[in-house]
Design a protein around this ligand. Structure first.
Ligand SMILES: Cc1ncc(COP(=O)(O)O)c(C=O)c1O
Length: 386
């Protein structure tokens, strides 16, 4: 049963392999076009600008954003989140977030809190790893809350948050709702209008099947954000301040054009396959993992024990091995690539008594049922040795 090839089950960190055409687009741009967008009137510079716009358009389709210029491109979800927190929040603001966030949310918010600029209230998690909605709603109703930040899908458990419900609750109260959609874009349907999302952050290299070093965010017209990075935009060079126009106001500096072009191809691939279809396929994988893993002695599934409202992330803990030891064995003996530890989400692991973290299997659109069965057999074999 041993496989020669690598079985890559770490798509929560970054999706791999990329669909056909993604890397080709990266190389083709670098080799045959190569110009800096919006910084020249010659054909290849114009083409570079056109290709970036094309990516923006595809991303707008995925998030159901009407005006593609409201899609701001950054180098990562992390950069986008920093830009939003530092560019929007004001002294005295109160923010509500959750105990299942990634450090990309925790660290900038904690920084602003430690500096005495904002106050952050962190909503609890239930024993089975879902958001404690009663506690969350209570916190959002505290006076002075200006912003609510939640992940769309928790990278630690795959739990899908009720973003539409939260969005409506916040919209009714005039509170800005920010979704960290790093694990959600391309994985689960999003409609920023219908879901009342004011800011939606995405990364390019996970469920959108682009390359690393790409990401961005959508923000609604009523959200006034100051740019964090100032500099050249290739336009309005006579101004010694940042232009007001979007998206350039938030995109100073030469962009990662080959990466953005490749992201566009990845995102188009997702659209063609259909987000619902990808989700359905991964649900089948998730079901198998759950059904088979519960029968293995000494193995516990972390977080919810059912697959309801979950994406294909399966975190486990083995009684007799640390997550790192388990991941090492999976790699050494089975060539299975997974991630072990806290997955940059320390609070949830701490709250649910998994201080050493978990071994996380995270499946992508290209994984198969066979990959899941192979992973189960590998865990069975490791458990039987202990
Ligand atoms: C939920 C969540 N938020 C934010 C990030 C950060 O994304 P990036 O590394 O692309 O900035 C990740 C990446 O793992 C994530 O899973």
């Amino acid at each position: 049963m041993l496989r020669e090839k690598i079985t890559y089950l770490d798509n929560g960190a970054t999706s791999f392999p990329k669909p056909e055409g993604v890397l080709e687009a990266y190389i083709n741009f670098s080799k045959n076009i190569g110009a800096s967008p919006a910084r020249g009137g010659y054909a290849t510079a114009i083409e570079a600008g056109r290709l970036i716009f094309k990516t923006r358009l595809t991303l707008a389709k995925i998030l159901r954003v009407e005006d593609p210029s409201r899609i701001i491109l950054t180098k990562s979800a992390t950069e986008a989140l920093n830009l939003i927190f530092f560019g929007y929040l004001k002294p005295g603001d109160r923010v509500v977030s959750t105990r299942m966030e990634h450090n990309a949310v925790i660290r900038p918010l904690r920084y602003l809190q430690k500096k005495g600029i904002i106050e952050v209230l962190w909503a609890r998690i239930t024993e089975d790893g879902r958001l404690d909605m009663d506690n969350f709603i209570k916190l959002v109703q505290t006076s002075g809350v200006k912003m609510v930040v939640t992940t769309g899908i928790a990278n630690s458990t795959g739990v899908i948050l009720p973003i539409r419900e939260i969005g409506k609750f916040c919209r009714d109260r005039g509170i800005v709702y920010v979704v960290d959609g790093a694990q959600m874009a391309g994985v689960h349907p999003v409609n920023v209008e219908r879901d009342s999302i004011d800011v939606f952050v995405f990364t390019g290299h996970k469920g959108l099947y682009g390359v690393q070093g790409t990401g961005g965010f959508f923000f609604a017209e009523h959200v006034q954000i100051q740019p964090l990075i100032l500099g050249g935009t290739g336009t309005r060079s006579e101004l010694d301040v940042m232009p007001e126009e979007i998206p350039v106001r938030f995109e100073a500096g030469t962009p990662n054009t080959p990466g953005i072009v490749a992201l566009g191809v990845g995102a188009e691939w997702v659209l063609e396959k259909g987000i619902e279809n990808i989700h359905k396929h991964k649900q089948e994988i998730l079901k198998i993992m759950h059904e088979k893993l519960v029968d293995i002695e000494g193995v516990r599934i972390f977080g919810p024990q059912d697959i309801k409202d979950r994406s294909a992330i399966v975190p486990i803990i083995m009684d007799s091995l640390s997550p790192q030891q388990t991941a090492y064995k999976l790699w050494q003996d089975f060539k299975i690539a997974v991630r072990a530890g806290l997955h940059c989400a320390p609070h949830i692991h701490n709250d649910l008594g998994a201080e050493k973290g978990t071994v996380r299997f995270s499946f992508g659109a290209n994984n198969t049922i066979d990959d899941a069965l192979y992973a189960v057999e590998a865990i069975k074999s490791i458990a039987s040795e202990c």
